[in-house]
Design a protein around this ligand. Structure first.
Ligand code: PEP
Ligand code: MG
Length: 530
């Protein structure tokens, strides 16, 4: 039998996988119907029609009073004035989803201001249909590929990764890509073997391939027989550290907190909350994956509430949407393509998106210990501007008599200018270091390109020096680290020496990082006899 062809590339997520190739010839993003004036299958018009059909179906099976409510809801969905108002906003350049949400919200506000109690009560019925339509819109935005196969392609979108069924194994091989990219960190968190930077190679769909995410190798044209599928690294690891709700001690007795990073909020259901000090980073952009989701306050509220309830009173740090740049959101390409238009800048430029998320966060806050983290902050004024939105939306919820609470608001320290000026951020209540972006911007490299992999290790001393300096400017406020460097055992001595005492890592890395931390002294030196 001929030897399989071996390609040497870069391991981005450990473990071994074998299976049939799924060759992604082109990007499979099914365009979301959110561009101004979009029409065709899956458009807002379709979502409204689907909602009407579901309501009619419901109406056939309920009593007279419920039927009245449903008839009223259908009437509103068919209301030509709402359609006209939406059309007007779309013509002015607004995205269809937000134009429609604004028209519906205006109608809700009118009803809420009515003198008659009976009319005011109808506002809730409209809120219900708004959520129904938004739910229909956010359907499946990407094509899936067969479970258990090895995805081979130029790149893979985070939403495609998250929407895929990985329960039957499988893996990822990218012609380009980077071990620092967002899909790589999703893959590591889920124990999915991944190899990047292979360059273009010829391979047929359905041929057999084997990948080794530790060694960064790909074997082509292997036979199904005789190829063992070793368990992903990390799954077999045991907790060497005596972890009690993520509270550890260094070898010389200094308390340390170990929290987890959450990318897919559904994954926490299978994680024992007692193993972590809380959620140190919930990347909301991986939970809120479409423009329709960004407009869906109720869906977001449920996601945040679930995370808070899971943590049972321990801190849950939810980062506001870090979209733009290398995390584009379908339908917002024109904005996110702009250099530097990412994270808090994009949220402030698109307040309609920020306001929905702020309301969902304010409403979720009473269900636990919420901390809101602002992404890609560069200047203190950005935090002031976001705090103003929190204050205004608090006022709105108060007027609507909806339960809410103002959470603590802190910032990612992931832009070098902010790290250097940390003492000027009086308006941030806590800080979390994002070493992935710090490394990217310090090394002047693209995050998802293969160049960052090459430069990241070389840039690590610069990142550590910047963090060490920033720690002295943090004015005694709570500080943690949630970037990938926290999950690298070889970086821990320097991070401890810099004064960090709270680490947040992918669930898969938690046992190894716990073990490493208890074997070190707080100054980063190795414990005697270790
Ligand atoms: C970081 O930049 O280190 C970080 C945690 O944010 P993200 O990886 O989501 O950009
Ligand atoms: Mg970042």
């Amino acid at each position: 039998m001929a030897e399989p062809l071996k390609l040497q590339a870069t391991g981005a997520s450990p473990g071994i996988a074998s299976g049939q190739v799924y060759l992604a010839e082109r990007s499979a993003l099914v365009s979301m119907p959110v561009a101004p004036g979009a029409s065709g299958p899956g458009t807002l018009a379709d979502a409204v029609e689907t909602a009407i059909a579901a309501l009619q179906h419901l109406a056939d099976r309920v009593d007279g009073e419920s039927r009245d409510i449903i008839d009223f809801q259908i009437e509103v969905l068919r209301d030509p004035t709402i359609a006209e108002m939406t059309e007007k906003r779309v013509s002015a350049g607004e995205h269809t989803v937000f134009a429609w949400v604004a028209a519906i919200d205006a109608h809700i506000a009118e009803l809420e201001d009515a003198d008659e109690e009976e009319v005011r009560a109808r506002a809730v019925d409209i809120l219900d249909i708004k959520n129904r339509v938004l739910g229909n819109l956010s359907g499946t935005p990407v094509e899936d590929f067969p479970a258990g196969s090895i995805f081979v392609g130029k790149d893979i979108e985070p939403s495609r990764f998250l929407g895929h069924d990985w329960s039957r194994g499988g893996g990822i091989v990218l012609f380009g890509g980077s071990a620092s990219g967002h899909v790589a960190l999703l893959a590591r968190a889920k124990f999915i073997p991944m190899v990047v930077g292979c360059g273009r190679f010829d391979v047929a769909t359905d041929s057999q391939v084997r990948i080794d995410g530790d060694a960064g190798t790909v074997f082509l044209d292997t036979q199904a027989e005789g190829i063992s599928s070793a368990p992903a690294r990390g799954q077999s690891r045991t907790d060497a550290a005596a972890i009690n709700h993520g509270k550890l001690q260094t070898s010389d007795g200094v308390p340390i907190l170990l929290s987890i990073n959450v990318n897919d909020p559904w994954e926490i259901a299978s994680i024992d909350a007692a193993t972590a000090a809380g959620i140190g980073l919930l990347r909301s952009e991986f939970a809120v994956r479409s423009l329709a989701d960004t407009a869906n306050e109720d869906k977001q509220f449920q996601i945040y509430r679930r995370a808070l309830e899971w943590a049972g009173g321990k801190p849950v740090t939810i980062r506001m949407l870090d979209i733009g740049g290398d995390k584009p959101l379908a339908g917002l390409e024109d904005d996110s393509g702009a250099m530097g238009m990412r994270g808090i800048r994009l949220l402030l430029a698109r307040p309609e998106i920020a306001r929905v998320q702020v309301r969902a966060l304010l409403r979720a806050a009473p269900f636990g210990n919420l901390r809101v983290l602002l992404p890609m902050v560069t200047f203190p004024s950005e935090i002031d501007d976001m705090r103003r939105i929190f204050a205004e939306e608090t006022g709105l919820l108060l007027r609507r008599k909806i339960a809410h609470r103002l959470p603590q608001i802190g910032m990612m320290v992931e832009v070098p200018a902010a790290a250097l000026m940390l003492d000027t951020f009086d308006n941030a209540e806590f800080f979390s270091f994002g070493t992935n972006d710090l490394a990217q911007y310090l090394a002047a490299s693209a995050r998802d390109g293969s160049d960052l992999s090459a430069y990241r290790d070389k840039a690590a001393p610069a990142v550590v020096r910047l963090i060490t300096q920033a720690m002295t400017l943090a004015a005694g406020k709570p500080v943690s680290i949630c970037g990938d460097m926290a999950g690298d055992p070889s970086a821990l001595p320097a991070l401890l020496a810099a004064g960090l005492r709270h680490f947040s890592v992918a669930p898969a890395q938690r046992p190894a990082i716990g073990s490493a931390l208890v074997g070190l002294n707080a100054d980063g030196t190795r414990a005697a006899g270790d």
